[in-house]
Ligand binder design. Structure first.
Ligand SMILES: [Zn+2]
Ligand SMILES: [Zn+2]
Length: 158
């Protein structure tokens, strides 16, 4: 892990990673997310989230476990924002968050419309909402639809 980080720095960074003093925190892009790394007295760079967790708990992170950021801000390595999960739990957590975000987007997608039957304002999920949710208006719309259909059928028969 440390070697990989070191390699990235050695190759990509303009500034030589050797020159950073101990406890320097640097942010790198890892798989599209910003992550903080910290330089330890040993000269190794570590993920700051993992390092914080280990400092707090006094043991090393169990193998195969992931450190998750509860608020989805990958730079917020505050100890109460960190949660240790298995890979499966971790992936599930992100799926849940994604679903909530999607639902939020859906709720926000609403349009102010005017009912063509009662003339009242209503909020629709589609920009072309023409009928409100009141039963009489719904019935009127359905009647109109079936009449249109009957007229079409009659025209086809002629
Ligand atoms: Zn996560
Ligand atoms: Zn209406």
């Amino acid at each position: 892990m440390t070697d990989r980080i070191r390699g990235r720095w050695a190759k990509g960074g303009k500034q030589d990673w050797h020159t950073f003093p101990t406890w320097t925190v640097r942010v790198r892009l890892v798989n599209g997310t910003r992550r903080a790394f910290i330089k330890l007295p040993s000269g190794d760079w570590r993920w700051r989230s993992v390092w914080r967790w280990e400092q707090w708990n006094g043991c090393s992170l169990p193998r195969g476990m992931n450190v998750h950021h509860k608020d989805e801000n990958t730079l917020n390595d505050a100890i109460d924002n960190l949660e240790v999960l298995t890979l499966a739990e971790h992936m599930q957590r992100h799926r849940d968050t994604l679903n909530v975000a999607k639902q939020g987007a859906y709720v926000r997608r609403s349009y102010d419309c005017v009912c063509r039957y009662c003339g009242r304002d209503f909020v629709a999920g589609q920009p072309k909402g023409v009928v409100c949710n009141d039963q009489p208006c719904r019935t009127k719309q359905n009647t109109e639809k079936s009449m249109r259909w009957q007229r079409k059928q009659a025209a086809a028969q002629r």
